[in-house]
Ligand binder design. Structure first.
Ligand SMILES: [Zn+2]
Length: 493
């Protein structure tokens, strides 16, 4: 039941003047108003980051995070909360890393192990060979000098999403070239200045890498490079990662059941797992808190959607979106009745629209659902195809999927880094994002019209080509899984 004080009604009408169909009885207005006020969103983000901490899937911290998510969603008053298991192809947890130059003089290096890559087994010591940016021509130029050596790979400073994406796309070819060149290990220069370190997966497939790889502070990598240009440089490395076989992890799945069409489902999701140099605030604690807050908002305001809303905290995202892949596999029989999936995964950057991944027919759906937000009309929504977050296996299954297109700051500079901690969160934008998520999910779950239909495998195949997602899938080791039907639709027409 919605109740407004008269003064509030006036303010709301003024704030939404010009927006179609928005009025004081529009639940979206109440959801927006609530989200932009004092909600537990920020306190929850701090609690998750500061009390649970960084939470790599397969670690005890991630188990604690799952329990935290279950308790928060129960407290929000949803109709049900369960955990659902999914398989992660292999375990990779950081252990200890010691890296130091031993010649021409001794100094220690600030370094972290690259997720998914091998341990050194025992300490190794070898000559450093500079392979420039690690392109095919760089390896060719280095010739046989790299055999048995530790190769030093330079990087460009990362300042944009495109540059970050390039970093991911280089990982596979780099590991392959390193293995072919028979290096003992790789030292990769951090793409962030001033000593900042981060952990990115180098491997997205189903088996861990065979070459030990560490990321070295940017300025120290430069020091090694100029020394290596003048004299012999030797480095000692002792890297112990915890690597194990396939294991089961858990998603948290909560529901508010639909009043009229309970069998039709709208999913609001964010990944709960993170890397653990920082505490995963921007990536993606704040949006885990957002998912919980939208559930809380529906209950607080007494809103009963026509369709069922599922609030999902995915695990295993950072290793290759295994949680959402597992959800899609487990729920494949009901994907025809999944009306839409909404994902938030770009921290607390201002939402400037949603990615519709090559489906223009979804733009008016968003525009209508978000008509109380000026600036989020049809043209605000990007056609670009999104791989690399939890919409992807839904996309591969033809389900309409939306990923919040958020401004890169404050997410990008601290991405996967030591500095991804909750005081970086933009409180105002995080609250606005929660309001947008709530209004969108409410509209999708409550609209009398049906949402554009699930695509067929043939349509998804065409979409992958049209959006150039094929190239990304090849780079991220997903293409063979799609072709073989291990992800998304089974193979066939
Ligand atoms: Zn993320």
């Amino acid at each position: 039941m919605l109740r407004f004080r008269p003064v509030l009604v006036l303010l709301l009408v003024a704030a939404t003047a010009g927006a179609a169909l928005a009025g004081p009885s529009d639940p979206r207005v109440a959801l927006k108003q609530r989200a932009e006020g004092e909600t537990p969103l920020i306190a929850d983000t701090f609690e998750l980051c500061d009390r649970v901490g960084g939470r790599i899937t397969g670690s005890p911290a991630m188990d604690r995070a799952v329990r935290w998510g279950v308790e928060k969603l129960k407290a929000a008053g949803v109709d049900s909360v369960i955990t659902e298991s999914f398989a992660v192809p292999f375990l990779w947890l950081p252990g200890t890393v010691e890296v130091a130059a031993t010649a021409p003089e001794s100094f220690s290096l600030r370094a972290v192990a690259a997720p998914g890559t091998a341990s050194t087994g025992s300490p190794i010591e070898a000559k450093v060979v500079d392979v420039g940016l690690g392109r095919a021509e760089d390896w060719a130029k280095a010739g046989t000098a790299t055999s048995g050596a530790i190769a030093l790979v330079h990087t460009k400073e990362m300042k944009t999403f495109d540059e970050l994406f390039d970093e991911y796309m280089r990982a596979g070819p780099l590991l392959k070239a390193a293995a072919q060149a028979q290096v003992r290990a790789l030292l990769i220069q951090s793409t962030r200045p001033r000593g900042l370190l981060y952990q990115h997966p180098m491997v997205f497939g189903r088996t861990p890498g065979t070459v030990p790889v560490v990321l070295v502070a940017r300025e120290q990598a430069n020091r090694l490079a100029w020394l290596a240009d003048r004299t012999e440089v030797r480095v000692r490395m002792d890297v112990v990662n915890r690597i194990g076989p396939s294991f089961d992890a858990e998603n948290v799945v909560a529901e508010i059941r639909g009043k009229e069409k309970p069998e039709e489902v709208v999913v609001l999701g964010a990944h709960l797992d993170s890397w653990a140099l920082g505490t995963g605030a921007e990536d993606n604690g704040v949006n885990s808190a957002l998912v919980i807050d939208v559930a809380r908002a529906f209950k607080e305001l007494g809103l009963e959607p026509r369709r069922t809303v599922r609030f999902v905290l995915f695990g295993g995202e950072e290793q290759g979106m295994w949680g959402s892949a597992g959800y899609v596999e487990r729920h494949k029989a009901e994907l025809d009745r999944h009306a839409a999936v909404v994902i938030f995964d770009i921290g607390s950057g201002r939402t400037r629209g949603f990615y519709v991944s090559g489906r223009p027919e979804l733009r008016p759906v968003l525009a209508k659902a978000l008509s109380i937000y000026p600036g989020l009309g049809p043209s605000a929504h990007a056609l670009e195809g999104v791989d690399g977050t939890d919409n992807f296996d839904f996309l591969l299954s033809g389900v309409p999927n939306f990923v919040a297109d958020q401004e890169p700051g404050p997410y990008l500079p601290d991405y996967h880094a030591e500095s991804d901690v909750p005081d970086r969160v933009n409180v105002k934008e995080a609250r606005r994002n929660a309001g947008i998520a709530a209004a969108l999910v409410w509209s999708l779950a409550n609209s009398p019209a049906s949402i554009p239909k699930r695509q067929t495998r043939a349509q998804v195949d065409a979409l992958l080509v049209k959006t150039k997602l094929v190239e990304q899938m090849v780079g991220l080791d997903q293409w063979e899984d799609w072709k073989a039907g291990r992800r998304g639709f089974p193979p066939g027409p």
